[in-house]
Design a protein around this ligand. Structure first.
Ligand code: SF4
Length: 247
């Protein structure tokens, strides 16, 4: 089996607990206006690395001393890693046989049966909510958020630990009422252990230019610290979950 890989970070500290090997996979169905990795959208992109499971396991196993010292492990990110779910599942299965913690950073835009099948091999899901308001979700990402929210409930029912991630984009995802509705939804999910609010940045803008794509948010500035703090306190108060903002 071949996996189409965008890149690998062998010392990641942002995508799950501890020090992690983070594998960024090709392929995504969404078209988020702020995407900083539009070069991951196509699975078989000319720049993709084709990896076998054995190749990848050799890289992952080298990280075991760091995983053990820090409580880390492996995270699949992207793109949307679950578009290549058979590959990810097989790698996770081998990781679990070796006692390596497994996490997936996902937008959850995959059919329920795909998610159900891979759940036994996942120790933690870093789940994006792109936009809680369905209409605004279509505008921001190209798709409704229905599949995303249905799959969050499925994870919760199956007792999979979840960290929620929400990117704060001024003018797009900073509405207080939307944040309150999202926090009410999160409050009902027992398995949500934390909520991370991530400030928008435009670091991927040059990739849009290289790919000949129009970056609509070129005039959008990162959110202020005050806005981030306000949304964090709303989410914390309404959801009752630990919430934090990334710098
Ligand atoms: S889900 Fe992630 S990779 Fe896909 S378009 Fe959105 S930001 Fe980009």
């Amino acid at each position: 089996m071949i996996g189409y890989v965008h890149s690998i970070d062998t010392f990641g500290t942002l995508d799950g607990p501890g020090i992690r090997t983070v594998v960024f996979m090709q392929g995504c169905r969404l078209r988020c206006k702020y995407c900083h990795n539009p070069d991951t959208w196509e699975i078989e992109a000319p720049t993709a690395q084709q990896c076998t499971i054995d190749d990848l396991m050799k890289i992952i196993v080298r990280g075991v001393p760091y995983f053990q010292a820090s409580g880390g492990g492996v995270t699949f990110s992207g793109g949307e890693p679950l578009l290549q779910h058979e590959f990810v599942q097989e790698v996770f299965s081998r990781c679990q046989q070796k006692g390596i913690h497994t996490a997936v950073d996902t937008s959850l835009y995959v059919p329920e049966d795909v998610l159900q099948e891979i759940i036994p091999f996942i120790n933690l899901v870093l789940a994006d909510i792109k936009q809680f308001n369905p209409g605004k979700s279509v505008e921001l990402t190209g798709l409704s958020n229905e599949m995303n929210l249905t799959n969050l409930r499925l994870l919760d029912e199956n007792k999979v630990p979840i960290w929620i991630r929400y990117v704060v984009v001024p003018g797009w995802t900073d509405d207080v009422e939307d944040a309150e509705r999202m926090a009410e939804f999160i409050r009902e999910l027992e398995q949500v252990k934390r909520v991370e609010l991530i400030p928008y940045h435009s670091l991927g803008i040059h990739k849009w230019g290289i790919l000949g794509l129009d970056y609509e948010l070129k005039d959008t500035l990162p959110p202020s610290r005050e806005l981030m703090n306000n949304l964090v306190s709303i989410v914390r108060r309404v959801s009752g979950k630990p919430a934090c903002a990334y710098d």
